[in-house]
Design a protein around this ligand. Structure first.
Ligand code: SF4
Length: 340
């Protein structure tokens, strides 16, 4: 069953592959960067970021030496900022320990900061033609449907089992194509949410879910825990033509990034003014307030943002609106208020 996949998928991929910027070569730095950017982010959204990032930081050495603020700015809007921090940490290791040459050994790749089994598998198969599967949600969905498997795909042991089984059927000389073919099929044909395009699928004749007309039953997922909801009040403090920003704590959500000042809870207008007074910015008046929701993987922020005209600056960092737009890497949860 699974052993029939390479012979069907590799030729299909050759004909149907999308032309994506990171598929123009098999340079490890390019494949690595694209795989990290694509985690939790759509292909269309990544394209522009990928090209801009490489124009500015074309080599691993340039990434290792980049200024943190610039790095965060290049990542602004992509979210999950630990990804770009780990990219730089790994680049430093590659420069210092491997003389700037990407390691080829799977275990060494896996040991780099921010690189898990999926990314290590993708890099080693695509760049170095090794039989190392890259098992993500797309691949799990395809395999689960082909096998009509009742195993819940969120479980680590299920992922490991799928990786192990795929590892045994990798076609010598086409490892990179097989990895990409599985990903591509999941992304463009074996679509999630019960909408697979089976009539276009090279696996249709052997796919058990399709043969039983039970595609919507797979993949099986364990019930998700509901997200925690947190209320926060965000302050858009304006003093002349400057706006207050500060750094987030070094640990936790959005660690160490810039933010608009905020406090837990949904404050009343009186409480907002009192809070601003406590910060020593002497608020003159509240211009407006706006409510927005921002969703992270495990937490949902209910945000109330208030715009305050202030008479004084305090110990926050005060930047012009232009600087806020062009040089400060502000996470989307806060950045959304710039457009209000
Ligand atoms: S036949 Fe349908 S369900 Fe099966 S792998 Fe192809 S697209 Fe997915």
């Amino acid at each position: 069953m699974l052993q029939d996949l390479p012979a069907r998928l590799v030729p299909w991929f050759e004909k149907n592959r999308r032309d994506l910027p990171w598929r123009h070569d098999r340079e490890p730095y390019h494949v690595w960067l694209s795989e990290i950017m694509l985690q939790q982010t759509r292909v269309e959204a990544v394209k522009g970021y990928y090209e801009r990032f490489l124009r500015r930081l074309p080599t691993v050495e340039a990434l290792a030496a980049a200024d943190e603020n610039e790095l965060l700015k290049l990542w602004e809007g992509l979210g999950y900022y630990s990804r770009v921090r780990n990219l730089q940490k790994a680049a430093v290791v590659i420069v210092k320990e491997y003389g700037g040459v990407f390691p080829r050994d799977y275990e060494k790749v896996l040991a780099l900061p921010g690189i898990g089994a999926y990314t290590a598998g993708a890099i080693c198969s695509i760049c170095f033609e090794q039989p190392t599967p890259a098992v993500d949600g797309n691949v799990l969905r395809v395999v689960s449907r082909v096998l009509a498997s009742d195993q819940p795909i969120g479980e680590e042991h299920v992922k490991r089992d799928v990786a192990q089984r795929l590892g045994k059927i990798y076609p010598a000389g086409h490892c990179g194509d097989f990895t990409q073919a599985l990903m591509e099929l999941g992304a463009t044909v074996c679509l999630p949410n019960g909408a697979p395009l089976c009539a276009q699928c090279p696996l249709a004749e052997l796919c058990r879910a399709q043969l039983a007309n039970a595609q919507e039953r797979y993949p099986v997922r364990a019930a998700k825990k509901p997200r925690r909801v947190e209320h926060r009040t965000v302050f858009f403090l304006q003093c002349g033509d400057t706006v207050a920003v500060c750094k987030r704590p070094k640990t936790g959500l959005l660690a160490g990034l810039w933010q608009l000042p905020d406090v837990p809870g949904e404050l009343t207008v009186e409480e907002m003014l009192r809070q601003a007074e406590d910060w020593g910015v002497h608020p003159r008046n509240i211009v407006k307030t706006v409510r927005r929701t921002h969703i992270f993987t495990h937490v949902e922020w209910k945000l109330t943002c208030c715009w305050l005209d202030c008479a004084e600056q305090n110990e926050f960092t005060w930047v012009t609106r232009r600087e806020l737009k062009e040089t400060i890497g502000l996470p989307t949860a806060y950045r959304q208020f710039l457009a209000e």
